[in-house]
Design a protein around this ligand. Structure first.
Ligand SMILES: NC(=O)c1ccc[n+]([C@@H]2O[C@H](COP(=O)([O-])OP(=O)(O)OC[C@H]3O[C@@H](n4cnc5c(N)ncnc54)[C@H](O)[C@@H]3O)[C@@H](O)[C@H]2O)c1
Length: 231
């Protein structure tokens, strides 16, 4: 197999092209001119033509690009066809809400297995997703080639579960528990905290309301980086 090297800058722009092509496809568009594409993705048309040239002649003069063909092509190149299975650890209130949602807007990400210790849940299927006993987790992660997990267990066992996930070879954990879990550097953890988000929102509402009410000049303190309103 001949492997073609493409410049990193070109590779970085591919998701941009792909996203826009998908948008056009979903809107029922069959073709797109290079000028339109250039305007939408904010990349000049000469660069687009050069980028595309690494993948062979994809456009036709006077016709533009075939949206579906191009989209399928980039989809393959970007590995978008590969489905990412995600494990859900803890199928309680929050876990079940996430199962009901199950990332419907994504074509390539879905929760494929839930794990819990509750006998009422084990062996059942929620929204098409089987719930296994937590003792089967390491085995299932391997069987289903799962690299990513969502952690929605009680905080007291968050670290223990994180250890188990590391043992099972996951590379990423989306952590909903309030505990900051310790994992090896090779594993990525994203902490999601709705309380934090809400409080930040409330802070901004109050803060900007105060600024609007004051209608005075806003001063930036360059030493501290703080903004304040002059009386
Ligand atoms: N980040 C946020 O914004 C946010 C919001 C709500 C809840 N939470 C957190 O999410 C977590 C779950 O909250 P919840 O309301 O869904 O709780 P819950 O009690 O309804 O669900 C927890 C589930 O974990 C299961 N479980 C307990 N021990 C287990 C084990 N050893 N192995 C596997 N499963 C086990 C329980 O059986 C239960 O089904 C908590 O840590 C909570 O603090 C975070």
């Amino acid at each position: 197999m001949v492997e073609k090297k493409i410049p990193k800058a070109t590779a970085r722009r591919l998701p941009l092209y792909y996203r826009y092509l998908r948008f056009l496809h979903e809107a029922g568009k069959n073709r797109v001119s290079s000028a339109k594409l250039s305007e939408a993705v904010k990349v000049d048309s000469a660069t687009i033509r050069r980028d595309f040239s690494y993948f062979g002649a994809l456009g036709k003069r006077g016709y533009g690009y075939d949206v579906e063909a191009l989209m399928n092509f980039f989809s393959k190149t970007l590995n978008q066809d590969r489905l990412t299975n995600v494990a859900l650890i803890g199928v309680g209130n929050l876990g079940q809400a996430l199962l009901n949602y199950n990332f419907r807007r994504s074509n390539n990400t879905r929760i494929s297995a839930g794990f819990d210790i509750n006998d009422k849940l084990i062996g059942t299927i929620h929204q098409g997703v089987p719930v296994y006993h937590i003792d089967d987790m390491v085995e299932q992660l391997d069987l289903q080639q799962i690299d990513v997990a969502i952690l929605t267990v009680p905080s007291e066992i968050a670290q223990e579960m994180a250890n188990k996930l590391v043992e099972g070879g996951v590379k990423g954990i989306m952590n909903f528990t309030p505990i900051r879990v310790n994992v090896p550097e090779s594993v990525r953890v994203h902490n999601v905290d709705l309380t934090n988000e809400l409080q930040t929102l409330i802070y901004f509402i109050n803060y900007y309301q105060e600024l609007d009410d004051a209608e005075e000049e806003v001063i930036l303190d360059e030493d501290t980086g703080e903004l304040f309103v002059e009386d």
